[in-house]
Structure formats: C-alpha cells, structure tokens
Design a protein. Sequence first.
Length: 180
Amino acid sequence: MSQVDIIERCKQNDRRSQMVLYKQYCDAMFCVANRFVKNTHDAEDVMQEAFIKAFQKLHQFTGEVTFGAWLKRIVVNKSIDKLRAEQERWVQIDDIPLSIADDNDWVIEETISIDEVKQAIEQLPEKYKYVVMLYLMEGYDHSEISEILQISETASRTQLMRGKLKLKELLKHKRNGTGS
C-alpha cells in the first residue's frame, strides 16, 4: 500500500492505517520532541498529542510537502507549546535587528564535540535557543521559523545571529577551560 493510500484511509478514520502511519513515524517524531523538551515522558506526551492533532487535521494535509515534514512541524509546535506552558512567562523576542548574519558561518574548533555543542545550546537564553535549535538541528529556514515562533523573519535572523555569537562565546570558554 502506498503512502498516499495510507493517508487517504487515515482520512476516513481507518484505525489500521492510522497505526501503520504511527509506526512509520513515531520513533523519528519522538526524537524531534525529545530534542526540545529533554524529558522522555514529556516527549512521549508531545508525540501523542501531535499524532492526535495530525489525524484530526489530516484533511488539511495537501501533499505540498511530505507527510513527515508536515507532521514534524506539528511536533515542533507541540513541543514549543509544552515548553511555554511549563513556564510562567515567555521571554518576548524583540524585533530589533543588529545586522543580517551569514547563516552558514557555523565553524567551531575541531576539538569541540557534538555533545559539547548541544550542551552549549542548552545554556543559551530561551529567545536564542529555540531559533538556533530550529535552524541548526531541525533544518528550518527563517520563513518557517518565523511562522512556528510567530515572529518576523527579521527577528528570526537577528535571534539566530545573537544566538550564534553567544554559542561561540560559550564554546570558547569551554575550550579555554573557563566554562563549567
């Protein structure tokens, strides 16, 4: 059965087809959620909520993007909603651009490990962390990030540039042994 057939059957509330789709994407979507919420239980909850929403809104899936990309966006949004709900306040991302950075300038010391980069990202202020995660780890562009976080593309670029500078500073301290 093709992906299109499975999706069409899911649109008709066919539970077996829904289970096929779920099994096909659950592991990848769990990983996406877990990168954001950093807690296995919360990531499972986010993933379940995302699948429920996806099956409820499946009629809105037009096929312009792959089903996996469409579902991933739902998971990312649900993850961010979960993080926002857990916090008493959400730091507003300001819309004041410093300058447009070259998004491809992500060179770091070869001695810095991937885990050290991930740890440094976790130390970023929230307003930078989400943009950096969406851009670097999830591969979204500024248009998509602005839509997901409900900010302007300019704010996305600005926050990415500031986050990148802060990330490089954190990694520099790590390399020099002055970090934690």
